[in-house]
Design a protein around this ligand. Sequence first.
Ligand code: MOS
Length: 765
Amino acid sequence: MIDDKVNIKKTEMQFGNADAPGHVTCKSIYVDDIPAMEGLLYLRVFDSPVAHGKIKNIDYAEAEKTDGVVKIFCYKDIPGENQIGGIIADEPLLAGNEVHFCGQPILIIAAENEDAAEEALHKIKVEIEPLPVITDPRVAFAQNKLLSPSRKFKIGDTLSAFTKCKYVFEGKTETNGQEHLYLETQGAYAYPTEHDSVKIFSSTQGPTQVQRTAARVLGVSMNKVEVDVSRLGGGFGGKEDQASAWAAMTALVAYILKRPAKCILHRMEDMRMTGKRNPYSSDHKIGLDENYNILAYEATFYQNGGAAADLSPAILERTLFHCTNSYFIPNVTATAHSCKTNLPPNTAFRGFGGPQGMFVIEAAIDHAAKSLGIDASLIQRKNMMDDGNEMPYGQIIKNSEAKSCWDEAISKYDIETIKKEIKAFNAKNDFIKKGMALMPVCFGISFTNTMMNHARALVHVYSDGSVGVSTGAVEMGQGVNSKMIQVAAKTFGISTDRIKLETTNTTRVANTSPSAASSTADLNGKALLHACNQINERLHSFIKTEIASNTECMVEIKDERVYINDEATVYNWKNLIQQIFMKRINLSAKGHYATPVIHFDKAIEKGHPFAYHVYGTAVIAATVDCIRGIYEIDAVHAIHDAGTSINHLVDLGQCEGGIVQGIGWMTMEEVVYNEEGKLLSNALSTYKIPDIYSVPKDLTVQFLNTDKNNLAILKSKAVGEPPLMYGIGAFFAIRNAVLAFNPGSNIKYNAPITPEKVLMGLYNM
Ligand code: MOS
């Protein structure tokens, strides 16, 4: 069943994005908009100019004397631990005797104003004895420089399976990094509070991670650090772990100097100092029988982790979970190494290693198809997963929509006609060629670390009938607040206008998992449902005993009206709440949710790590100018398994944004470091991201309406990350167009497929 556009419009009008009006009228508050408090200090960070070396001497006495500078902090000024590593304790907040990447923070300048901080920055003198710099993960691997133990996922026996294959192909692929480029750069604002405590406003996806890190750095217990988040101007994974450093720095200054402090990174500082999507270099070996069934697949992933573990070990794990994408392959051996290089610690980015794993299997299939002279889609469809299939990590597939999405895309978008049209176009045009590709996606929903799949919510119904909701969810433009409002309104049977979403605050909702893994609405929404239902039970019991005087009657509140045995009463939400309050009944509740069913045993690398999977298929078409090497993405059409979407506008926005971001990663976004580990693509003039002109002219997303997943909030499936991977199809569409011009092209499976690489591929340069 497919929604038609008319239906989508109608639902949009019912409830859209609760945050949007504030954004377009400039009323939304971000960290840098918080009014300056009396005595506010402005921070600047002095960072390493070299990628690896021993700090021989550092002189900031002159800088500290600058008019307006209050103090310059080095690692010795940290009262607690000089440590911010989340998964592994391998990352100092401020460099001590050694630096490990260009942009590594060494000193913090605290000044009365920004100009003074800037002036002081230029007076700092540092002498660093250079050490060898590694930027290539394979070089790091060869020298046994690993951030965490290597991992291997295995099903069947690839060794013997390859002997049974008629066709075997081996190759190498590369995917590059990706700059998050959230509109709001990293930043935090902190001030000292009573009882030796501190309050931090942070632009973070993980308020609890900020709280934990700041407490560790200050050497205080977590209850002395309060973290508050209104919203983020984008996160995309870049503020899951990497927001902690700047928050800890502002907390440190506020705590030591007993003054408010704020640190907002300039764009070029942010680009230079923070990590990006992990680049991967990978090997693949794929074996097929005479009917193009994939019998065996081997992949080895060399992840470029950067100078510290950050989230890379977890990202590595998700690469393995998604190494077979939407396919069932009976014999798989996938090995992954997290390699330590002298780059800023690379980190989470929408898809969290999944896209990097999927690119490799798609390249392997394309490689096989090209060698066999057949269409890749033949191998793709032939090997698509089905219910009952076992994934390499042990989970048995249930409620698969892989084939239904694929088949719906084929028929809905009339793929055969598109193929014919492209063929005819290419036959007629010598110097403009078109190409297309199909990109299926299967993405597992849950944090792969089972322990993180839990959440809490706090609900207050005030005596006037208005409602305040707090959850652990962080709004970062993905529309989670809108969904939370919808969950509360629907569960209470009242108007969304009555509900206010409060900031995410560690004193109201504690021990949160970051807003990540596409799981935020599911986890927090289910916790919220639990809280609302507790209040509902009290309301219903009051109505039965005090209003109906019949404990057996049926009670319902809908459209703000109380119904008893399906009959409307004189009671509405507002006067009901007043009565309940007068009767001294508790109108607050705390909800808790922990995803059932999921588990994973790392010792054997088997389990059932995901609550469910999200599926989809996209068709992507591109046109290449074969004289200049430039190209355009003509169309992206996707059939996306959104479950029963509770908010079409929000979900559609996530799909469209994800697709464009995925295309950016695959085509134009090129993170470039030189051999000394210096970032060359260090500004918006040297790093190109998709703008409105690079959005495909024809971009349509249709939802496959399914209702099988009870672990999705109100059966509305997770949508944050999966659509990004449709963008991988852009790589293959462009590559196919290049091959239409030059069938003997030497173009590699090396993303991004920039116009430069296209031009070289067109002429085998
Ligand atoms: Mo997301 S990449 O799980 O912050």
